[in-house]
Design a protein around this ligand. Sequence first.
Ligand code: ADP
Ligand code: ZN
Length: 291
Amino acid sequence: MAILGAIEAGGTKFVCGTGDEQGNVHDRISFPTTTPQETMEQVIKYFSDKKVEALGVGSFGPIDPIVGSDTYGYITSTPKPHWAQYNLIGKLKEHFDVPTTFDTDVNGAALGEYTWGAAQGLDSCLYITVGTGVGAGAVVGGRLLHGLSHPEMGHILVRRHQDDHFAGFCPYHGDCLEGLAAGPAIHQRWNKAGAELGPDHPAWEMEAHYLAQALMSYVLILSPQKIVMGGGVMKQSQLFPLIRTKLQQQLNGYVQHRSLLGDIQEYIVPPALGDNAGLSGALALANLALK
Ligand code: ADP
Ligand code: ZN
């Protein structure tokens, strides 16, 4: 069995690991994301004796995942200091002569859940993370969704909740989905981190109001066979039933499929790969590189 190398390149921390084609993670290491020089030095050191046959990178973005593009392999317009226009894949290629796949962290996670997790056996799924930001990736017809670049499903517009007076914190759009529903929005709106708000706090009904609208758009546009919801905010497990109910109310029976009518507990689910969703996603990208 091949040894695969996985890199979950996050804005806060990098997780590197090795694993195999069946999705087993054999080894992992994590370190804080500082400058590209420092961080990539640790990545290269870690893999130097691992003899990996392919590398998969699931990265924070925006990135350029389009093979053949001039800036393929770059982290592009990120506001994160030092990382804008950084050629991450180029750096890896200087040290490792193996096939690589580069994609967003959420596209990786979607592929991981599709290959080994909650969406096994289907041909489409959507993975959404609600954390420091909101992002989503999708597998459609067995392939990761790309176009001009990668989707940016976290920045769609949503209708405001009638009791919400928070302006939204997205530097580009103010009150887009991410601006209203990511972890920092919850923190700023209620002056308390989400983790410290009780399960019955009104924050969660408001949060579900926004996330259900987003899911409605994703259902209507992509028609995914399964939606996997991860990220720090989704640790609030009471959100799942709230979101399911609101999604069904909003769809109002329009999409006539048994996955969406009746009990949708199996349609909107937490990651089957749990806290490994990110690294397993990168492993799935490495697995793709091998093919
Ligand atoms: P990142 O998005 O940086 O990869 P996470 O997915 O852990 O990391 O998201 C971090 C965000 O999630 C923070 O804004 C934090 O406040 C929020 N968060 C983390 N844990 C919880 C929790 N148990 N309940 C609510 N919010 C949480
Ligand atoms: Zn935005």
